[in-house]
Write a protein that binds this ligand. Structure first.
Ligand SMILES: NC(=O)c1ccc[n+]([C@@H]2O[C@H](COP(=O)([O-])OP(=O)(O)OC[C@H]3O[C@@H](n4cnc5c(N)ncnc54)[C@H](OP(=O)(O)O)[C@@H]3O)[C@@H](O)[C@H]2O)c1
Length: 329
């Protein structure tokens, strides 16, 4: 595309960390596609067709800003959107618009596990679902392979051996280079690591929710990753926007709080929250940082952490977040 120019240099100010004991490195900051890469809908659920070109341009600009600033890892899943599949479609379009020329400079991850299509084969951890879902993801993105394919959540009914063997076979078929797991409790993660290692397909990444407000993985998952040589990659590092200045002066209509069912003002914006934010803002500002920058740096202090996956609804937000990890900050 005429206006799609990727600039150089891009790697000087980013740091890269290994995924556990594997040879794959990721940028300390990764870009996530859960929100902000789907289509715009009216509050009563109607697709805003007139917004499609604008939505696409915004997504492409965020991806280009990420890559131009040394972010090499783009994290997707089958059901990111809305609607499900649209984030992968959007990323496929960005690749086709010129970004594919940089395929060997980037790491693309996708996942399957949550609800994707109706009926008994559209979610969880069966071989049937995982194989079909990855084939669909590859088609949407126009790819032959992804770099990492994840089992997105543990399945209490499918034998873990079946789920893990599907991951092994996916790698053997050349459809993914590596595998990872997400949201598994420690006992199931241990079984997954054992099975995968015994079948010459070591798990290289555990993707889990970790931020200043959600620290449960410090007790078990993080030490287990260190012990097993698995890289830990943190999602929702800003606790879905709560660890930013976003809600200090009300709730704007374009915020995740206003737009998404995953945040709830009654539950999340309590007096205790505002009290905590006041202290956090004072601590961050004392170091010349925004709350978001402070929260991202806090996670990256942990040696088990390979990368943090941020979401951004604008290029400006991403640029702000990048300042948290620039060498010369
Ligand atoms: N494995 C899993 O189960 C799982 C689950 C969740 C997420 N993930 C991955 O993790 C990624 C990140 O998750 P997330 O989107 O919840 O991450 P997050 O970084 O905690 O939250 C992103 C949101 O924070 C706000 N924000 C970001 N930078 C900001 C800034 N500088 N100033 C003010 N506000 C800022 C934006 O909210 P506004 O939209 O309000 O502007 C943005 O949409 C996902 O995209 C996905 O790839 C994985």
């Amino acid at each position: 595309m005429e206006n799609y120019r990727l600039t150089e240099p891009r790697y000087e100010e980013m740091k890269y960390r290994y995924c556990g004991k594997s040879g794959l490195m990721l940028s300390e900051l990764s870009l996530g596609f859960w929100h902000n890469f789907g289509y715009s809908y009216t509050p009563d659920g109607k697709l805003m067709e007139e917004r499609l070109p604008q939505d696409y341009n915004r997504c492409r600009d965020i991806v280009q800003c990420a890559f131009d600033n040394g972010i090499t890892h783009f994290d997707l899943a089958n059901n990111y959107g809305p609607p499900y599949g649209s984030a992968e479609e959007c990323f496929g379009k960005i690749l086709a618009d010129g970004f594919a020329a940089h395929r060997d400079e980037i790491t693309i991850t996708t996942k399957a596990g949550y609800d994707m299509w109706p009926g008994p084969y559209g979610e969880w951890g069966s071989r049937k679902y995982l194989m079909a879902s990855l084939n669909q993801s590859l088609k949407r993105m126009g790819l032959d392979y992804v770099d990492v394919f994840y089992s997105h959540r543990p399945d209490p009914r499918t034998p873990i051996e079946e789920t893990m063997q599907a991951l092994v076979d996916i790698v053997r078929a050349g459809k993914a280079l590596y595998v990872g797991i997400s949201n598994y409790p420690a006992d199931m993660a241990a079984k997954a690591y054992d099975y995968l290692a015994a079948h010459d397909t070591p798990c290289i990444l555990y993707q889990g929710k970790y931020n200043m407000m959600v620290r449960s993985h410090e007790a078990d998952i993080l030490p287990q990753c260190a012990d097993r040589g698995v890289g830990y990659i943190a999602f929702s590092p800003l606790n879905q926007s709560l660890l930013t200045e976003r809600y200090l002066n009300g709730i704007s209509a374009d915020s995740r709080m206003a737009r998404s069912k995953f945040l709830d003002r009654e539950r999340d914006l309590t007096p205790e929250y505002y009290q905590m934010m006041q202290q956090l803002q004072a601590d961050a500002n004392a170091q010349g940082l925004t709350i978001a920058q402070y929260a991202l740096r806090w996670i990256l202090q942990r040696p088990e952490v390979t990368s943090v996956i941020v979401g951004a609804s604008s290029v400006d937000q991403l640029k702000q977040n990048l300042k948290a990890i620039k060498r010369d900050f």
